[in-house]
Design a protein around this ligand. Structure first.
Ligand SMILES: Nc1nc2c(c(=O)[nH]1)N[C@@H](CN(C=O)c1ccc(C(=O)N[C@@H](CCC(=O)O)C(=O)O)cc1)CN2
Length: 286
């Protein structure tokens, strides 16, 4: 049987909640000859906002008709929407300091195709991880920082984001607090991995804070970056059990694997357009 060339697209929609939203969207997609591969919805009763994520297969030549129809429906329902071709890999810039476990894991998961991204560059305030970037053939931008040069360093960091066309910036154990101005420019497009189960142990040296508190679980949290340190919308978290005998140094060692796995899942879900910002929280259609 003849099957025209179909491509996969992700459609994300958000609108004030009311009856009949799906009743408008799904018949329209049928008229356009789309197959629905995945569909997720959430109606937030606190904010009365309705969220939809659909993965569809459509004929390439149908895309203008789909976009035109979504524009029309968006006017009727006060919808905000986006459509992304699954084949387009998200361009990602990764910032690091001296710790290599998260970067190493991201490079591996990128190479095996687990992460649908293109790593366009590495930014660091230290030269230590240049060899790893060179091994993967990824440009390494060494941007040293002092209290006096912080503003100039962030201006260069922003230039790299702009000129590389990075759609997402990842702080993979980048140990610098970003200025309020910088965080506003990257709002919703910057993910940090914090090495604790937030909201516990914000800020510097969370494993040492955890050791002092005598915790029996250590954890990691991936969150969007905001001007409020480690307070941004949480995307993904996980924990690992430890005993009373664990030192802070052993927590650091045990934490590497959970930090890396939590960060990789958060980046994958962002790159697959599975995340929605909902006030100070996120919705995760995974
Ligand atoms: N504006 C924001 N900047 C950053 C965030 C954030 O949520 N908002 N997350 C941090 C990551 N982070 C913990 O995950 C963190 C990094 C660094 C520090 C810190 O105290 N840094 C010192 C310098 C330390 C050094 O030079 O080794 C500082 O910047 O004065 C705390 C928490 C990334 N940035």
């Amino acid at each position: 049987m003849y099957r025209p060339q179909m491509s996969e697209f992700v459609i994300t929609l958000k609108c004030p909640d009311k009856p009949g939203i799906l009743a408008k969207i799904t018949p329209f997609l049928l008229e356009c000859g789309c197959d629905i591969r995945e569909a997720s919805v959430f109606g937030d009763k606190e904010t009365d906002v309705f969220f939809i994520r659909m993965q569809i297969a459509a004929k390439d030549e149908s895309l203008p008709e789909i976009e035109c129809g979504l524009k029309s429906i968006s006017e009727q329902l006060s919808l905000t929407w986006e459509i992304h071709a699954v084949a387009n890999k998200m361009r990602v810039l990764i910032a690091v300091s001296k710790f290599d476990h998260c970067l190493n894991d991201l490079f591996h998961k990128w190479k095996i195709g687990y992460l649908p991204i293109d790593i366009v560059g590495i930014v660091s305030n230290h030269p230590d991880l240049k060899g790893l970037a060179d091994w993967y053939g990824v440009p390494y931008h060494y941007l040293p920082i002092t209290k006096e040069t912080k503003a100039d360093q962030e201006a260069e960091f922003w230039r790299l984001i702009s000129e590389s066309g990075a759609e997402l910036t990842v702080l993979a154990r980048y140990m610098q607090i970003l200025s309020d101005e910088f965080t506003k420019k990257i709002s919703g497009k910057c993910i940090n991995i914090h090495h604790s189960f937030l909201p516990s142990f914000k800020g510097a040296k969370p494993y040492h804070q955890a050791f002092t508190r005598g915790v029996k679980l250590i954890g990691a949290t991936a969150h969007y970056v905001t001007e409020d340190l480690d307070e941004g919308p949480i995307i993904e978290q996980d924990v690992r059990r430890i005993t009373h005998a664990a030192s802070a140094e052993e927590m650091v060692e045990l934490g590497r694997e959970v930090e890396a796995s939590v960060l990789a899942r958060a980046i994958k879900w962002h790159a697959e357009h599975r995340l929605f910002l909902n006030g100070n929280k996120t919705i995760v259609f995974n």
